[in-house]
Design a protein around this ligand. Sequence first.
Ligand SMILES: [Zn+2]
Length: 314
Amino acid sequence: MPQRRALVVLNYHRIGNADETPFDSGVFSATAEELDSQIAYFKHRFHMASMEEVFAMIGGDVPRGTSVLITFDDGYLDNYTLAYPILRAQGVQGVFFLPTAFIGTGKLPWWDVIAYIVKQSVKERIRLEYPEPASFNLKDDGGKRACMQILRLFTQPAVKDPERFIAELEKVCEVSRPEEGVDRCFLDWQEAREMQEHGMAFGSHTHSHEILSKLSPELQREEALHSREILERELKRKIDILAYPVGLKHCFSAETVSILEQTGYRAAFSFYGGSNLSGKIRPFDIRRYGVADQSHARLRLQTAWGTATGANWF
Ligand SMILES: [Zn+2]
């Protein structure tokens, strides 16, 4: 397929073996071996962009062909132990979006808490009443399907009280949420600084990783400002990019965009698919494709399709 002049942004979350985690296996994008061969393939086929070049494209620079930017969300420790050495060895910049409330702490995010509760449960079926009655079969497909459905339900705008949702889930699954602070799951600041010294870039993934469109304008502003303040203090560098938590179309609004503009951000990344055709890059909705556990052959096909059409992956 022909290559369009486009910016293709790929997004990864965790790197490692998804079958070995007691937490959310759905946030694993690739094993270390897979990431290594994917980066080698992209390098061979496309131009690997840096964040600086992306800003130039937003400003009107026309890329010669397809440029690929590699991004990581959430700042898991494996981004440092597994992804960073691979990127560094291959001379490719990764852009890492950090939720500042989690960096350097033993805290767990909601998706890992929910997945842990569901995976530990011995119940065959559960029924949730909040935000609306729904039943789930926990043994179908090894529990993977129910886990995905429950995580998706949690992100719906109807869930106004996240604590109520998780407390009800603990009760019906008969499992308590995991104890925090036992093992560190996320990067710490020293690790982030080392990555930055070797060419990696950083942005905000908000402070608490709450879905922005669910928050009042005041709280959205607070998330934007506070996370940037912490990142700039710890990394001693100007931070002006953000990735929307969850990043689907309903997770940010025109109001969110105007708050980001007012608080000094220059660009923000979404996560509902699609590539960014030259001349049509929307700086506060830079589209990203998610790398999940697809095969290498499928990823190659999807990338070819995305760069030729600009459309979402199949
Ligand atoms: Zn995230």
